[in-house]
Design a protein around this ligand. Structure first.
Ligand code: MUC
Ligand code: MG
Length: 369
């Protein structure tokens, strides 16, 4: 039986400002869910968003209050081992609130997998990979700094896939910035860009032509998420991979994008569709439709990153790798042993549940009061 559902807000400064077209992240807020069951089993979940309400419709504070006031009371006192039934109960009573539901489902699944003494990946269809390649996002806002940062990541053998955040400057300046980084880093790395919806379709057509000619590998969410027909026109016009990100908020979105041939790649994240099960459904649709997969992030800390890693480890093929670098962007970790990044890969934890141990003293010290 579920005895308690606690939520905690933990503010962690980033190692440097992380500039997206929609917001600059200086501090990331982790919303942690701690589930305590009367058989002594506990589970952890996490939700993060980016830049308050500038990326999505839930803020860290709204996630916390909506769990505390509306969702936790629907779970407490119920059988913790019935995860699917509990999520169905939540989904009947609560509309939307996908990030909050993701944090709760992660905690429920972590607890259930610990109870069964199996890694979470085994509850999600079964692990196929023990390590995942990890991209790094260059988003300092400065070309020289980005180049130096990428070179140090290569020297550390941490990342050789780089995603450049663009869309806040004029498109011509952004394209010049991307091509300058690409020229400096050479052919041994993969360079992609994420526009976070900033371009009009016309700006996208002009800019993508230049990026394609320059050998850039993929363009993530170049235009407004609602403009699916436009995304389809871009995917058909260019050979450079067009990736859907913000357009994917549910398995139904995935089905619609697949039917409309609107993307070459799906960036699958666990929070936007409402949790691991819904994210798994999106990935299944991609696989069945011949759409490539990329393991996305909402800049989660270690709990959300471990949960994502367990899910992505079950995908048949992650052709574009993952961007599960969230914990590396933060100045503090809340695990007793950090996740292992080695030789350009993240090791998927092996132990029961999420396979991590949260340092509760550290969480208590960092927790917002
Ligand atoms: C996004 O839009 O993909 C992922 C990496 C990063 O730097 O920002 C996020 C969100
Ligand atoms: Mg994106």
């Amino acid at each position: 039986m579920i005895s308690r559902v606690e939520t905690l807000l933990v503010d962690v400064p980033a190692i440097r400002p992380h500039r997206l077209s929609v917001a600059t992240v200086n501090v990331q807020t982790l919303v942690l869910v701690h589930l305590v069951c009367d058989d002594g089993v506990e589970g952890w979940g996490e939700a993060t968003t980016i830049g308050g309400l500038s990326y999505g419709e839930e803020s860290p504070e709204s996630i916390k209050v909506n769990i505390d006031r509306w969702m936790a009371p629907l779970l407490v006192g119920h059988d913790a081992s019935q995860v699917a039934r509990l999520m169905a109960r939540l989904n009947r009573a609560v509309r939307g609130n996908h990030f909050a539901k993701c944090a709760l489902e992660t905690a429920l699944m972590d607890a259930q997998a610990r109870r069964l003494n199996i890694p979470l990946s085994e509850l999600l269809g079964g692990r196929l990979h023990d390590e995942l390649s990890v991209a790094w996002t260059l988003a300092s806002g400065d070309t020289e700094k980005d180049i130096t940062e990428a070179q140090s990541m290569l020297a550390l053998r941490r990342h050789r896939i780089f995603k450049l955040k663009i869309g806040s400057r004029r498109p011509e300046e952004d394209v010049a910035h991307v091509l300058a980084v690409q020229r400096e880093l050479g052919d041994s790395v993969s360079i992609r860009v994420d526009v976070n919806q900033a371009w009009s379709e016309y700006e996208a057509e002009r800019s993508i032509a230049l990026l394609e000619a320059g050998g850039i590998e993929a363009v993530e969410q170049p235009i407004d998420a609602a403009n699916r027909a436009g995304l389809a026109r871009l995917a058909q016009r260019f050979t450079i991979a067009i990736m859907a990100d913000e357009a994917l908020k549910s398995p139904l979105d995935a089905l619609d994008l697949a039917r409309g041939a609107a993307a070459d790649v799906f960036s699958v994240k666990i929070s936007p569709p409402g949790g691991l099960t819904a994210a798994r459904r999106m990935a299944d649709i991609a696989v069945l439709s011949g759409i490539a997969l990329y393991g996305g992030t909402m800049l989660e800390g270690s709990v959300g990153t471990a949960a994502s890693a367990h899910l992505f480890s079950t995908f048949p093929k992650l052709s574009f790798g993952s961007e599960l670098f969230g914990p590396l962007l933060l100045t503090e970790d809340i695990l007793r042993e950090p996740l292992v990044y080695r030789d350009f890969m993240l090791q998927v934890p092996q132990g029961a549940g999420l396979g991590i141990a949260v340092d509760e003293e550290k969480v208590a010290a960092l927790c917002r009061r």
